[in-house]
Design a protein around this ligand. Structure first.
Ligand SMILES: C[S@@+](CC[C@H](N)C(=O)[O-])C[C@H]1O[C@@H](n2cnc3c(N)ncnc32)[C@H](O)[C@@H]1O
Length: 252
């Protein structure tokens, strides 16, 4: 019997799927997919006979029986989530339910929104001497975050901060960030990055909320707040002639 495959669809463009993800899709007998966030062109990679189930209007209680029924009938069941399934995908509750039903699962990674935003901007988010940490988080909103992870604590790190699911609260986000980051810190605002209607812009922190409102961004928007986006001409030790390492031992 095949495991249920939880597959990361990546940020939108079909050619950003991993080869393994594309393989699972091309063999799927039953595809249960997050149609509110995934490019339909990716769902179309499934074969003609595949049964398609869209989850935007379903509850967990309706999704789980679809997964179990397909797997028990010997089908190759693919549960497709946008981006990488380790981030804000709600796979945990599904895997717990499948574990209770003794259904095996596998998880196949995908490219997350922060990665495609950085690559589209041709940026490294960890520049030596500037910033060495990336924080992936969200503002509270309806779901809430644990008190120790509130934005005012995370922003004190002044790391490269990638904020998912936060566009509806952008005014509060900007004022909280301004407590720690200089107000000219670059902020990348990415909307549907890698989709045909992608919008991506970099503005100073002080213009983050006004720009988001002007572009009418509410859904599928990612913020990357980072001094690394300034493209400071800092160099790494890794490729420095003064720095020896295992593969490039010193001559002295
Ligand atoms: C439910 S979360 C899922 C995140 C996803 N698992 C990932 O790794 O990117 C959806 C949020 O991810 C972000 N997002 C996903 N795809 C995006 C894209 N192509 N462009 C910009 N933001 C995106 C937005 O913040 C969106 O509201």
């Amino acid at each position: 019997m095949h495991p249920v495959s939880f597959v990361g669809a990546g940020p939108g463009a079909p050619d950003l799927l991993t080869l393994r993800a594309a393989d699972r899709l091309k063999q799927a007998d039953r595809l249960i997919w997050t149609d509110s966030l995934i490019n339909p062109a990716i769902a179309k990679l499934a074969p003609d006979h595949c049964k398609h189930i869209r989850t935007s209007t379903l509850t967990l209680e309706e999704v789980i029986p679809e997964l179990i029924e397909g797997q028990r009938q010997g089908e190759r069941v693919v549960r497709l989530h946008d981006g990488d399934p380790s981030l804000y995908s709600a796979i945990n509750e599904q895997i717990c339910a499948l574990n209770d039903a003794d259904i095996p699962v596998e998880v196949i990674p995908g490219i997350s929104a922060y990665q495609v935003t950085a690559s589209t901007l041709r940026c490294e988010l960890t520049i030596p001497g500037v910033v060495q940490t990336i924080v992936l988080s969200r503002t509270g909103g309806r779901t809430g975050v644990p008190p120790s992870e509130e934005l005012r604590h995370l922003s004190a790190l002044k790391a490269s901060l990638c904020l998912y699911l936060s566009a509806r609260h952008v005014d509060d986000v900007q004022s909280t960030l301004e407590e720690h980051y200089p107000d000219d810190t670059p902020v990348a605002i990415g909307y549907r990055v890698s989709w045909p209607d992608e919008q991506i812009t970099v503005v100073p922190l002080k213009e983050m909320a006004a720009t988001s409102r002007a572009l009418n961004l509410i859904r599928t928007t990612l913020y990357v707040v980072s001094p690394a986006l300034s493209r400071l001409p800092k160099r790494s030790k890794l490729y420095s002639p003064e720095h020896d390492h295992l593969f490039r031992p010193g001559t002295s």
